[in-house]
Design a protein around this ligand. Sequence first.
Ligand code: OKP
Ligand code: ZN
Length: 348
Amino acid sequence: MITVYSEDHRLHHPPHELLDGSLITPYEDPQRVEIILDAILRQEIGPVIQPQALLDLDDIRRVHHTDYLSYLEHAYTSWVEAGGNPKAVLPSALAVRWMNRGTKNPLALPGYYSFDTSTPIVAGTYQAALASAHVALTSAEMILQREPSVYALCRPPGHHAGVNLCGGYCFLNNAAIAAEYLIHKGGLSRIAILDIDIHHGNGTQQIFYERSDVLYMSIHIDPQIEYPYFSGFADEEGAGEGFGYNRNIPLPQNADQTLFLSALDQALDDVRKHEPDCVIVSAGFDTYIEDPIGGFTLTPDAYPIMGTRIAQLQLPTLFVQEGGYAIQALGTNVCGFLSGFQNNRSVA
Ligand code: OKP
Ligand code: ZN
């Protein structure tokens, strides 16, 4: 399987995040994808290529508002000019419920465009986020060129990013951007996004909530106990035309392989019923037992099985990297997953 990767992810390397009241070293570290890349090369998963052609911002504007993109582009410089801590942009006050008037104040803007305090912006963040989206777009283009499956090694991740909101280490929603590309450039009529990261992809859910062409299926830790806390409940089923095309399967803390795999089987049944032209997997590996911000108890043998079951759909499949923070095991878990998939396909 082809992997698409860009070294520009390194431009996003914030010094801290604020978690549960403490300023800590970010879990979302550049080493994550370097380790995955290394394992992919050593285990000969397939060729690794760079993003192709020129990035067209219109492909990103199909998902994100222009004012949000221009905020991301200028956030760091304006913040520093206005006297913000040059180490990183992080909001102090969030625009919530009835307090959501707009602002031009560079020290306040981060609170308008963020929903948490663990998504710092540094000088290279926008370029890194664009590169990550470019990785997803290139991968989507290869699917259109009849590549049966592609792995987009994205960083920063994307599934928490909404149309005009960053959060959960995410700035641009790579999976959503790929989905829109497949529909608009490739003329695909139906897509299924299967999100197996331990966290609910609130951004992806928001983007497609009223759409029936893109099914969003998410298996994740119960939002009553874990991040993102305010979204991801089973009764969020989509709205308007999109009713029935959003499905959340929350699982309890410490969920194990048996529970996870039975949720995956349910999700795969729904994916089959949707009859998609392509499946996009938001592939997070923070379900692993040793993950420092996880909460499930999956062991490395779970990932090849997950790959195998997804392969049985026998559909064009685009894997988009999301979370996974147990750095020592990430390479093994990702390669196990991709190999499990590859070894069980009739088409590559
Ligand atoms: C990004 B992705 C856990 C705190 C969570 C933010 C997590 C973002 C996860 N106790 N802080 O879905 O892997
Ligand atoms: Zn996650």
